[in-house]
Design a protein around this ligand. Structure first.
Ligand code: UD1
Ligand code: CA
Length: 457
């Protein structure tokens, strides 16, 4: 096997997206397009991956990190010009160079591997990955001779009416003999409809040099979809979603209604977990086995154990244990740690709080900036008063505490182990362990009061 290199084209602005966000950073199933491409390429044995950046260079770099090397294309003069920028890093190497566009998020590692194999077996100077498109509008067309050999690629904007009828398109993915690529790029001009240096022109140049030009047609057009506008972005999202959901189901996850289930590309789910419709699971979320999620739940960047139930709720950036019961209509805000067998019930909001094993906040509570021990019962309507208008303070509730309904715990405050807080209390001072705290006005009953009222006379 020859040494393999890869170049990812990611310098374009993506004018047709009409967006503040650079095109290749638009997410598909929660992951930037170019990240999808890099993740697939990273599965192949590649010596060096070079990403060509331009618009949004810093953002692209911080997204992809150390996975690739970078070269700046200061002015976007076309895809051929973009590849030329990698000259210093690659032109003295011998081997095979894969070129992929950063806006084809659906391309799979297997397909690129097949392209490499085809290219190397044929001993070609270039092999272009092609596909048959039902609607080839906008793509470069593969022009073949009568004998079927690839002659050249003509861009949509430069094509004749006859060439526009060709359905075989350039997917924008190629394998090149590295030396031949950089030699041929010197001969590419910008004499075309867009005034750009086109990478596909290298094909005709190599052919005219008598080198072997080959094409490898992939049966699956959808994999090669190039995202230039939001319509194609939605199309890519749809295809990626089907791919992810099928993979989850094959791994043993039940999706009651896959069409209405949205699972991010990096979400991991254990077997026998059931996901109900309207669930949106994103970011670095992991969910264990035997869980029930949804309907209508939004979970982002959470690590969830086994046999946990989350219904009609929102949870972000938190740790949630096993056998936990959340919802309906609960909100778990960032930096919360919810241990096993906890119950967070209807209309309960948790923020930056730890809940020990077996504790419950079953109804209508706000618990923020709090450490709650084990087997604590927080009565309906109780809240931590964590904010004085300027600073936030901690509430500590130790193991086995019982907080009566509708209590306010004014932080900083601590309720000691096993203590009771009477319903309706506003607790401003620490409560010792095993004590009963009553912090409310004593009830006065005025006998026969109604008789004394004027309007009864
Ligand atoms: C390109 C191909 C076309 C192919 C299609 C497949 C050319 C001239 N055309 O067209 O044959 O059918 O992809 O999707 O190559 N880029 C740079 N620097 C530049 C210009 C572009 O890095 O100066 C990057 C873009 O960020 C993008 C990729 O190259 O990721 C492709 O550019 P784009 O303008 O989208 O090319 P298409 O018109 O789609
Ligand atoms: Ca494109």
């Amino acid at each position: 096997m020859l040494t393999r290199y890869a170049i990812i084209l990611a310098a374009g602005k993506g004018t047709r997206m009409k967006s503040k966000l650079y095109k290749v950073l638009h997410p598909v199933c929660g992951k930037p397009m170019v990240q999808h491409v890099v993740d697939q390429i990273s599965q192949l044995k590649i010596e060096k991956i070079v990403t060509i950046t331009g618009h949004g260079a810093e953002e692209v770099k911080s997204t992809l990190g150390q996975q690739t090397e970078y070269v700046l294309q200061a002015e976007q003069l076309g895809t051929g010009h973009a590849v030329m920028q990698a000259k210093e890093l690659l032109s003295n190497k011998s081997g095979t160079t894969l070129v992929v566009c950063g806006d084809t998020p659906l391309i799979k590692a297997e397909t690129m591997e097949a392209l490499f194999t085809h290219h190397e077996e044929k001993g070609a100077s270039v092999t272009v990955l092609t596909a048959e498109a039902d609607d080839p509008t906008g793509y470069g067309r593969i022009v073949r001779s009568e004998s079927g050999l690839v002659e050249k690629i003509v861009e949509h904007k430069d094509s004749t009416d006859e060439e526009k009828l060709i359905n075989e398109i350039n997917t924008g993915t190629y394998c090149f003999d590295n030396q031949a690529l950089f030699d041929a790029l010197n001969h590419v001009t910008n004499e075309n409809a867009q005034g750009e240096y086109y990478l596909p022109d290298v094909i005709e140049i190599l052919k005219n040099q008598g080198k072997m030009v080959s094409a490898y047609k992939t049966p699956d057009f959808s994999e090669t979809l190039g995202v230039n506008d939001r319509v194609a972005l939605a199309e890519a999202e749809k295809i990626m979603k089907i791919r992810i959901n099928e993979q989850q189901m094959r791994n043993g996850v039940t999706l009651i209604d896959p069409e209405n289930t949205y699972i991010g590309a990096d979400v991991e789910i254990g077997s026998d977990t059931v996901i109900y419709p309207g669930s949106v699971l994103t970011g670095k979320t992991t969910i264990g086995s035997d869980c029930e999620i949804g309907p209508n739940s939004e979970i982002k960047n959470c690590q969830i154990g086994d046999a946990t139930v989350i219904r009609h709720s929102v949870a972000h950036d938190s740790q949630i244990g096993s056998h936990v019961n959340i919802g309906p209509f609960a909100h778990i805000r960032p930096l919360s740690t919810i241990h096993d067998k906890v119950k967070i019930g209807n209309f309960v909001e948790i923020k930056k709080a730890e809940f020990g094993e077996g504790s419950k906040a079953s109804h209508l509570s706000y618990i923020g900036d709090a450490e709650v021990g084990k087997d604590v019962n927080i009565g309906c309507g109780s809240i931590t008063v964590n904010y004085d208008g300027k600073n936030k303070y901690l509430t500590k509730i130790e193991d086995g505490v019982f907080i009566g309904c509708n209590s306010n715990l004014v932080a900083p405050v601590k309720v000691g182990k096993g203590a009771y807080v009477a319903a309706g209390s506003t607790i401003t001072e620490d409560v010792p362990g095993e004590a009963l705290a009553l912090a409310r006005a004593r009830q006065i009953n005025k006998e026969n009061y109604v008789d004394k009222l004027d309007f009864n006379k």
